[in-house]
Ligand binder design. Sequence first.
Ligand code: HEM
Length: 464
Amino acid sequence: LRPKRPKNFPPGPAPLPILGNILHLSLRNPLKDLERLKKSYGNVYSLFFGPNPVVFIHGVKAMKEAMVTRATDFAGRPQDLFINDLAKRKGVVMIDHGPNWREHRRFALMTMRNFGMGKRSMEDRIHDEIEYTMKTLEKSIGKTLSPQMMFHHASSNIINQVLYGTRFEYDDTFMTETIRCFTEIAKITNGPWAMLYDTFPFIRKLPLPFRKGFENVEYVSVKRNNKTRVPGEPQDLVECYLDEMDKRPDDPLFSDEQLNRFAADLHFAGTDTTSNTLLTGFLYLMNYPHIQERCQQEIDKVLEGKDRACFDDRHNMPYMQAVIHEVQRVSNTVPLSVFHCTTKDTQLAGYSIPKGTTIIQNLTSVHNEEGQWKYPHEFNPENFLNDQGEFVKPDAFMPFSAGPRMCLGEGLARMELFLIMVTLLRKFDFIWPEDAGKPDFTPVYGITLSPRPYRMKVQLRSSA
Ligand code: HEM
């Protein structure tokens, strides 16, 4: 009953019978335990979740070897987890390496890149939503507000614009219910019940709290407006998908059910990630007012005489770029990435790893790795600036991971972060409230890391 490591497998602590090493990790927040294990076993080590071996990767060298050099070998996803059952092995995020994943990834990237979605560009869609964020802030001028829901709704609505060509009012039932379902699913997936589900298959049919996840996932399906659809003239990503289905009537890969899961995946993957990064960004900018001010000076100079920012303006804003990247580095929004799986017997750092082994990337370890950053343990945009003040991106910057499975929403996310931060900083000053006490920068652990809830004070800038 005591699991054994295969020959030349990455080392790790001795597992217990049945339980494996689950007692070596705090399920509430394993990040400190992983750091401790790395100190004992090196950058590539293994643990057992029940009888199943899992390999952990730390540090940029091993990460690049796995995800970039041996790319396809590490591009699978585990298929026997709670999250796979939840998604019915459809969608894009959790499906295994193979034709279904490849086709859907290609479709999503092409559609979002070429905007085969009517006349409105991605930038227009983002700016439309920023208008609503600005209105929310304007109502709070001189007062404090809690920005959590505001940023959550903004990122959710930007994805809604991409998927359905429409936004939803903050109190719309679809919006509130989707957010409730996603939050609950994320909590269960990340909690002890999903871990027990994954480790002990015999409990899967029992009426235990993980069943709630299955009820929620039924709710989150496509909000389709068939009435306005003109085949061949798609206005959004869902309509592009329906056109694709028309083009391949006999292809089982493109189906209604697959569309439901695919849209839910994009919505889920693109909401908390972007909004938690924004929340972390504004938390730091309020507490480093000299950095906020320097951003504003650069923005004022570059946007002088212009109505609004466009994504290309980033090339003239090295400091703003450095700040956004530094925000992403310290936010470390998806600390353990999405679990991977080996697609064949392979090697890593001299160890042998059999096909079908679960792989967990510790992106945290890369984002504060000593030797990779000028200031690994502080918030400092200089991490992304060279001696001439030009923007540079070190190799160890991987908030979107790397290799064939890296985030497919990177382009959209970067555009959102830039346009939202620049537009808001141009118009408002964000101030840490006098009565808020000392800021706590320690994030709350989850699939995504989020800052502890805080309030922000907003003032109209004198130059706005
Ligand atoms: C700041 C925002 C974001 C961060 C930090 C982030 C980060 C990540 C990370 C770390 C992964 C896992 C990559 C891997 O397994 O190696 C991922 C995957 C993914 N992300 Fe993002 N993401 C962000 C925004 C978005 C957005 C806006 C979308 C929606 C369009 C999106 C869609 C996806 C999808 C579909 C995958 C799965 C890709 C695949 O399995 O092939 N993400 N993201």
